[in-house]
Design a protein around this ligand. Structure first.
Ligand code: 13P
Length: 136
C-alpha cells in the first residue's frame, strides 16, 4: 500500500496555525508523502524536519501545481489553512484549487478542527480506504 499523499498549504497569517497543527500530528504526517506550496513547505520543513516536496509559492502558481496533482488523481487530501480575513492577489487560483477538491471528491480541511478530524479518522487512515473518484 502506497503512503497517502497530503498537501499542506497556508496563507501568511495562517502559517503559524498550520505549523502548530503539523507539530501536533507529526507522528501521523511523517508516514505520509507530503507536498506543499513553496513558502509553506520551506517553513514547515525548517521547523519540523519533515521531508516535504515543495512547489512554487502560491502567488506564483503553487496552488495550480497542487491542483494538477488532484486532476491527475495523485492527491489524497488537502490541508489548506486559507485566510478569510485578508485578500490574496491570486484568489482565482485559491478558488480553483478548492473547486478541484469538490470536482474530484478530495477531502479538504480549511481549519484546525476539520484537519484534526480528518487526520485522526480511522476511515481515512485505513490502508484499504480509497476516496471514490467521480466518473465524468
Ligand atoms: O499562497 C498560498 C496559497 O494560496 C501559499 O503559498 P506559500 O506557501 O508560497 O506562501
Amino acid at each position: 500500500m502506497q503512503p497517502k499523499t497530503l498537501a499542506l498549504v497556508a496563507h501568511d497569517h495562517k502559517k503559524n496555525a498550520l505549523l502548530n497543527w503539523v507539530k501536533a500530528h507529526q507522528p501521523t504526517l511523517q508516514q505520509c508523502k507530503l507536498v506543499a506550496t513553496g513558502t509553506t513547505g520551506a517553513m514547515l520543513s525548517e521547523h519540523t524536519g519533515l521531508a516535504i516536496t515543495r512547489y512554487q509559492s502560491g502567488p506564483l502558481g503553487g496552488d495550480q501545481q497542487i491542483g494538477a496533482l488532484i486532476a491527475e488523481g495523485s492527491l489524497d487530501a488537502l490541508f489548506f489553512f486559507w485566510d478569510p480575513l485578508n485578500p490574496a492577489p491570486h484568489d482565482p487560483d485559491v478558488k480553483a484549487l478548492l473547486r478541484l477538491c469538490s470536482v474530484w471528491n478530495v477531502p479538504v480541511a480549511c481549519n484546525e478542527a476539520t484537519a484534526d478530524m480528518l487526520v485522526t479518522s480511522p476511515l481515512f487512515l485505513s490502508a484499504d480506504y480509497q476516496v471514490q473518484k467521480p466518473q465524468y
